[in-house]
Ligand binder design. Structure first.
Ligand SMILES: Nc1nc2c(ncn2[C@@H]2O[C@H](COP(=O)(O)OP(=O)(O)O)[C@@H](O)[C@H]2O)c(=O)[nH]1
Ligand SMILES: [Mg+2]
Ligand SMILES: [Zn+2]
Length: 317
């Protein structure tokens, strides 16, 4: 008789997994058939998944036999296989999206694209502007402008510096006792910031969890870490691009939060806020109630979704 236990996936490479049960971390594989979602995924088991595992008495690895229902998940288009989706995390309470105005320069389109991934499940996002120590007066004006806009839409915005520790206590308060996906483009200071929240957390765990024993310092797979202050973070690889071939235009429209709220006032129920008459969203853009840059980013994504759909149809032939 093999023993069955319930745990949480802390690392998923697509071929092997780490599952935490209490304070133990157990190496697991998937054996035989497991019921997966209909989604086409590169990594069908997500960090954050609650799973049932079966200990193998004669082997040193366990088997994942069941994935328990998810309360939410965050998927992105796979950067390599564009027709597939890639799990970033599941069962999270919130996301800490790390950005910076400088080094590397911020593209506002990135924030809006990211929020498209969290909106389907209304997952709260805290947008952290890191590297505040290198912002000049003009940058601070831009920061305050961006902050007001995203705050009004319903996102928390924070100013931080992993260098001077500005905002680190605020970050700790946000993370305490919650499960948080920490994400952002490469180079924004995600590792440095996490290190300020809990020194050596990333390195320490990498040494333990790496099968090869070599220890790796670049994040290639998402991994969940337990915080001493309570709660857990999921560290994820830096994002380079975010595509949306798995969305249709309606999905884009419904997940721009402030557009969706106002769209009940559009003449047409299925309004995409492009050239339709009596469009409340376009009116709100004209009156300044909706930020022009949000609308431009929206149009760019709609355009991209249209073109990618075209390519997908032809790929299938
Ligand atoms: N000036 C400044 N540099 C920072 C700050 N945080 C990180 N950096 C630097 O930005 C670079 C990238 O940081 P890293 O943590 O590796 O970024 P990651 O790719 O997001 O994990 C490193 O050279 C850090 O020293 C900050 O708050 N201020
Ligand atoms: Mg890093
Ligand atoms: Zn409209």
């Amino acid at each position: 008789m093999s023993e069955k236990l319930t745990g949480v996936v802390t690392k998923s490479t697509g071929s092997w997994y780490l599952v935490r049960i209490g304070t133990d971390i157990i190496q697991c594989r998937v054996k035989g058939k497991i019921k997966l979602d209909d989604l086409k995924l590169t990594n069908p088991i997500a960090v954050g998944d609650q799973v049932i595992i079966e200990m193998e008495p004669k082997e040193d690895v366990a088997s994942i036999v069941t994935i328990l229902p998810r309360k939410n998940y965050i998927v992105r288009q796979s950067p390599r296989k564009k027709h597939l989706l890639h799990f970033m995390a599941s069962n999270v309470d919130q996301v800490l999206l790390i950005v910076t105005l400088k080094n590397p320069n911020l593209k506002l389109g990135f924030i809006d694209r990211f929020l498209l991934m969290t909106e389907p499940y209304s997952i709260p996002v805290v947008i952290v502007f890191n590297k505040a120590d290198i912002y000049n007066e003009e940058d601070m004006k831009l920061f305050n402008y961006i902050k007001t806009i995203y705050k009004n839409i319903g996102y928390q915005v924070l100013l931080c510096s992993a260098e001077t520790k500005l905002g680190i206590d605020d970050c700790k308060n946000i993370l305490k006792d919650k499960t948080t996906l920490v994400s952002g483009q490469s180079g924004v200071g995600k590792s440095t910031l996490i290190n300020q929240i809990q020194p050596r957390l990333l390195i320490k765990t990498e040494e333990i969890s790496d099968f090869s024993g070599k220890g790796q310092h670049t994040t290639t797979f998402a991994e969940m870490y337990t915080l001493d202050i309570g709660g857990q973070i999921i560290d994820s690889p830096g994002i380079k691009t975010l595509g949306f071939s798995h969305f249709d235009k309606k999905d884009v429209a419904h997940n721009f939060k402030e557009f969706f709220t106002i769209s009940s006032e559009c003449k047409f129920a299925d309004c995409l806020h492009m050239n339709e008459p009596n469009c409340a969203v376009k009116k709100a853009v004209e009156s300044g109630k909706i930020a022009e840059f949000r609308y431009q980013n929206y149009l760019a994504i709609i355009d991209e979704v249209e073109n990618q759909n075209y390519w997908e149809i032809h790929d299938d032939v």
